[in-house]
Design a protein around this ligand. Structure first.
Ligand code: MV4
Length: 505
């Protein structure tokens, strides 16, 4: 895969994606005077991105493998429409090095990094080796391809608990926790079998397992003129089965000094592959705030808006400028973080039945708005949610001067949001916004799966949780007026803050 990238001024761009992110990219293009070309499958004939784009082309049946994932169909639309650039969004073809290469080979601008950078970062082992050589801390572990006896010897030195990982892996596939030496041979055997079946590559390696770790990532941006900057961190620990549910910027546990250290490390990781465009360096952070490289995502991410709200940088506009060969508009010194942003991913899933996906026609879609609210969505009343694509239908992003204010706005916005026709996870988010652990930012990557339940609405500490919310706001100098206690969400049961204020006197 080549290290070369085409960058030049372009006036027409094809968005090789769908849903809210296609809409987001089209908006940025129109702000910059770039005409837009949408592609759509059967299921997306009436999708919002099709309506917002200047032109739209049908690319086949609903299953992504017959439409959004077919490189030749995308390139064919680029030729027919005269698009000079392609933005891949996230998912689908965004991290296929072969796609970036094919776009470049067709003489088009790929809005993203080089095929080479995508390829290196897509191979866990290559990525670890490459960034470690640039001084980036990685979790202690072995290289792949060792014999069981060699791994067992190294395991003693590293210390248990360990995690067996697939070299070709990702998304947790082929991962096995191992708590003592006796369990190692079986774990290696079953991980190899799973990796061979899933990736056709049975190589595994072991890493020290970090327990109670947080997932914190750094947004980076680079241009072709040698400028690489970071836009601070995002806290992404609240996830379920490797699907993030809530993200925030900044992280409660990262102060300015740590941010500068992590940012410098992320920039070094990006520079190690001559990175260009927007990218994200993921870290695991332990209780003592040691941080270790996990992987680099070589694409625009779902959660980019929280960083946009806190830094004021329009990440998608900046990607387009960089792809046109321009310089980043910001130096590191220009980047200032102000306030707090929280994103809730609104999925068509029922949180009361193990997050089962829900399909149907959206009948009502009343969006929250007002101070500090941003909604990025690809749906509208009359739109059909089908089982062909992932279940995220919108992102609700709330901004406040403080974390407490952002939480209060999120609670208010979740109350305003009305989606009918499909089940959504809005109640999950409301429950989380009432949870003591969330409000005090005491969580890690295992929290949603292991310690969070939708069943304890009437938990005896509900008032305590509500008070904690106000406490967070109060500590941050914010005067909140009302608060809703969990389990008492009916309109008649608003709890006034004055009650808490009385407790204080
Ligand atoms: C880890 C880990 C603990 N220790 N590696 C999960 C997916 C893959 N990309 C990396 N993952 C993890 N690697 C070590 N050495 C815990 C996880 C992990 C995780 C990481 C980030 C966000 C959510 C997670 C959920 C479960 C496990």
């Amino acid at each position: 895969m080549s290290n070369a990238l085409i960058t030049k001024k372009f006036d027409k761009l094809l968005v090789a994606n769908r849903g809210e992110i296609a809409v987001r990219i089209i908006r940025a293009c129109h702000e910059l005077g770039i005409r837009t070309v949408a592609v759509f499958s059967d299921a997306d004939r009436n999708a919002l991105h099709v309506r917002y784009a200047d032109e739209a082309y049908h690319i086949g049946p609903s299953p992504a493998r017959d439409s959004y994932l077919v490189i030749e169909k995308i390139l064919d639309v680029a030729r027919r429409s005269g698009a000079e650039a392609i933005h891949p969004g996230y998912g689908f073809l965004a991290e296929r090095a072969a796609f970036a290469q094919a776009v470049t080979d067709a003489g088009l601008v790929f809005v993203g990094p080089s095929p080479h950078a995508i390829e290196i970062m897509g191979d866990k082992q290559e990525a670890r080796k490459t960034v470690a050589a640039a001084g980036v801390p990685i979790v202690p572990g072995t290289e792949p391809g060792l014999s069981d006896t060699e791994i067992a010897a190294r395991a003693e030195a590293i210390g248990y608990p360990l995690l067996v990982k697939a070299a070709a892996g990702g998304g947790g596939k082929g991962m096995r926790p191992v708590h003592d030496a006796a369990a190692l041979p079986d774990a290696l055997r079953s991980a190899r079998r799973e990796a061979e079946a899933a990736f056709g590559d049975g190589r595994v390696y072991v890493e020290k397992m970090l327990v109670n770790a947080r997932h914190i990532e750094i947004q980076v941006m680079a241009d072709i003129h040698g400028n690489t900057i970071h836009l601070g961190e995002r806290e992404c620990s609240l996830q379920r089965r490797h699907q993030k549910l809530i993200e925030e910027c900044p992280s409660f546990v990262v102060d300015e000094a740590l941010r500068q250290r992590m940012g410098a490390v992320a920039v070094a990781a990006a520079q190690a592959v001559n990175y260009v465009s927007a990218g994200t360096v993921e870290f695991l952070m332990d209780k003592d705030k040691n941080f270790y490289f996990l992987e680099m995502n070589t694409r625009l991410q779902v959660e980019h808006p929280v960083t946009e709200l806190v830094t004021g940088v329009d990440i998608v506009q900046e990607m387009l400028r960089v792809a046109r060969g321009r310089r980043l508009r910001y130096t590191q010194e220009d980047v200032k973080m102000k306030g707090w942003a929280i994103e809730c991913r609104i999925n068509a899933e029922d949180p009361y039945t193990n997050f089962m996906p829900s399909t149907g026609r959206i009948s009502t879609n009343v969006l929250p708005s007002g101070p500090g609210i941003r909604v990025d969505t690809g749906v509208y009343p009359g739109y059909d949610i089908t089982p062909h694509y992932d279940s995220m239908i919108s992102k609700l992003i709330c901004y406040g001067e403080t974390r407490g204010e952002a939480v209060l706005r999120m609670r208010r916005a979740l109350e305003e949001y009305r989606i009918m026709g499909v089940k959504t996870n809005i109640a999950f988010h409301q429950h989380m916004m009432d949870s003591h652990r969330f409000l005090t930012a005491q969580f890690d990557t295992s929290f949603v799966e292991e310690r969070f339940s939708m069943d304890d609405r009437a938990a005896p500490d509900h008032l305590e949780a509500a008070i904690a919310a106000v406490l967070v706001a109060h500590q941050e100098g914010l005067v909140a007026s009302t608060i809703v206690a969990p389990g008492e969400r009916d309109a008649s049961n608003w709890k006034y803050l004055s009650r808490w204020e009385r407790l204080q006197r």
